[in-house]
Design a protein around this ligand. Structure first.
Ligand code: DQA
Length: 144
């Protein structure tokens, strides 16, 4: 089985971007960590884009191929209704979608306190650094 791990804008800069908030490890380190956690029989397909349309299309792929999704929508979390509507297609099709955040957005600026994605996600895990993704992987496995 395959799990899509989709990352939104500016997460390609992990490692050098605000390390006090996001840590000093980059996406390739996350890919290695998740591959280790996944073990045999689970393929981690980790992707990143700064492009809203590309994320929307990846969610269509999840719907059409019924692939569970771990989604860090990054700043799109807070304002992308297009991404929300695409995420709703996934969960309404009965495919799990877990929203993750590295930081705890609720402990940060007010504009980060609202997620337009959470209402259509299967669940949300935030605030545990890269461990948020590991916990999300456990959650999608149970859901699957
Ligand atoms: C983030 C939190 C968002 O508010 C922010 O825009 C990000 C990353 C996180 O993983 O903590 O880019 O999604």
């Amino acid at each position: 089985t395959r799990v899509l791990v989709l990352n939104g804008p500016n997460l390609g800069r992990l490692g050098s971007r605000e390390p006090d908030v996001y840590g000093s490890q980059d996406l390739s380190a996350l890919r290695v960590l998740l591959a280790e956690e996944a073990g045999d029989g689970v393929e981690i397909d980790l992707r990143q884009t700064d492009d809203e349309a590309e994320l929307v299309h990846w969610l269509y792929e999840a719907v059409d191929s019924r692939i569970p999704v771990i989604l860090n929508p990054a700043a799109f979390t807070h304002y992308s209704y297009a991404l929300r509507d695409a995420a709703a297609l996934v969960t309404k099709a009965g495919v799990p979608l877990v929203e993750v955040h590295i930081s705890n957005p609720h402990a940060r600026e007010a504009f980060r306190h609202n997620s337009v994605i959470s209402g259509v996600a299967s669940g949300v895990i935030a605030g545990f650094g890269f461990e948020s993704y590991v916990l999300a992987l456990a959650a999608v496995r149970r859901a699957g």
